[in-house]
Design a protein around this ligand. Structure first.
Ligand code: SF4
Length: 440
């Protein structure tokens, strides 16, 4: 029995692609190894969004290079880091057998067949020659979730045309490609027929700019609900504010299965920095958009991404960001500080904000946002919400861990998983609600 070990790093898209790959491996007779040390084939599906993400991979490659001395195996590096660095990875770590870029993931089983019959180098060379010529050839898979998942990812588009000046994604994932709606509905139909899936996340680096012939994103959602009127929870990830239309907010308001949660990365609160980031909207436009969304969806939860310490950021720019999060009052935020990425437009800008100041600003930003998140969560104590029960809580098997439609963690006494429960929110500990079930 040939055993494989698959490690996935980075975003939901990488997770969805790894699920698809795992399905391919199982279909072609491979079995999952119980530990990396037992595997005949090790696959690292990598992320390149930050330097820290790549450093983790170099660390893992060092480990597997050593392991190969006692436990020979085929070592494969795929994903965004492979697409960015290509042959450099094999030059740096010769123990790597195959480097598989973004546009070859779908082809992996065929490449593996070649590797299995000893034509290791071929794949890497193939990569070199095919390189970026195959950009438009991203192949969506038929299925991107595991058999037992209650929550499923369904990619609807791939790549990004926005070229935010700090971001490596457009260089490693290529131009935007929208998936054929028939293929999307085929995957959703298959998942719903199985009956386990209770939540579907429509995925893309920028789902709002979905367009297939004359079908745009709100149109795709309307068609989804026309075909699947009993659809479970539907989410989407990730949005770009410049493409988020009032029509989308209206469409969400008219379908209760659309989770009342929107992740809307703003990145910064200063117009000067937003322009330098090439975000293509202003602070004013973003604030107006959040008002439009809240008018259509009064109970919506809003989360965002915030990037601090961008080249040229002044104290005033930073204060503008604090003012913006106080004005919008996000329910949650993912916060980062800027680190230069080779190949991006910002790479050429002097990294002017000292690391120490970046960390100070990040700490202050996190404190302010944490206070807002807690206040908003506390206001919801005593309310009754629907949660998707995911299974026994790790801390106490007599309790269930579930998630609200705002993707918040809720713990409550009970058994079982994979269905919706109504719970009353009683307490808040850290970021987790503690609750009790009121009905099913
Ligand atoms: S929208 Fe900007 S930040 Fe998001 S993936 Fe595209 S380039 Fe990167």
């Amino acid at each position: 029995m040939r055993r494989f070990w698959l490690e996935t790093y980075g975003c939901q898209m990488n997770k969805a692609e790894s699920n698809a790959l795992e399905g391919q491996m199982l279909d072609s007779g491979w079995v999952p190894a119980s530990a990396a040390e037992d595997a005949d084939l090790v696959i690292l599906n990598t992320c390149s969004v930050r330097l820290t993400a790549e450093n983790r991979i170099w660390g893992r490659l060092g480990y597997f290079k050593k392991l190969k001395e006692t436990r020979p195996h085929t070592l494969v590096v795929m994903g965004c880091m492979a697409e960015r660095l290509k042959g450099e990875i094999k030059k740096t770590v010769p123990a790597v057998d195959m480097v598989v870029g973004t546009f070859q993931k779908a082809d992996f089983a065929r490449l593996l067949g070649q590797a299995a019959c000893g034509r290791h180098a071929l794949a890497a060379e193939g990569l070199q020659s095919e390189g970026r010529g195959r950009e438009g050839a991203y192949a969506f898979q038929a299925r991107h979730s595991r058999k037992n998942d209650y929550r499923a990812f369904v990619p609807i588009m791939h790549g990004c045309d926005n070229f935010c000046s700090y971001c490596i994604v457009p260089f490693v994932r290529g131009r935007e490609v929208s998936r054929d709606p028939h293929s999307i509905f085929g995957e959703i139909g298959g998942l719903l027929r199985e009956g386990r899936v209770k939540e579907i996340t429509l995925l893309g680096q920028n789902v709002n700019s979905y367009r297939f012939q004359d079908l745009d994103f709100p149109g795709l959602l309307e068609e989804l609900f026309r075909r699947f009127p009993d659809a479970p929870w539907i989410r989407f990830l990730t949005s770009h504010p410049k493409d988020f239309s009032p029509a989308l907010a209206k469409c969400m308001a008219s379908h209760r299965a659309m989770c009342r949660h929107i992740h809307l990365p703003v990145q910064h609160g200063s117009d000067t920095i937003l322009a330098a980031m090439n975000r293509q909207y202003t602070r004013g436009a973003y604030l107006a958009l959040t008002e439009t969304i809240r008018e259509a969806l009064p109970d919506v939860l809003l989360s965002t991404d915030l990037l601090i310490g961008f080249p040229g950021e002044t104290d005033k720019d930073f204060q503008d960001t604090l003012d913006l999060i106080r004005a919008v009052r996000f329910d949650d935020a993912f916060t980062y500080y800027y680190n230069p990425r080779q190949g991006t437009a910002a790479w050429k800008m002097p990294d002017s904000v000292p690391e120490k100041l970046k960390l100070e600003r990040l700490r202050e930003l996190i404190e302010v946002q944490k206070g807002i998140s807690r206040e908003k969560k506390k206001q919801r104590l005593g309310t009754t919400v629907d949660v998707l029960a995911e299974g026994a809580s790790k801390k106490n098997s007599a309790e269930i861990l579930g998630r609200t439609e705002g993707d918040e963690m809720v713990v409550f006494p009970g058994q079982g998983a994979g269905d919706f429960r109504k719970v009353r929110l009683d307490q808040l500990k850290g970021n987790t609600f503690y609750a009790h079930e009121v009905s099913r």
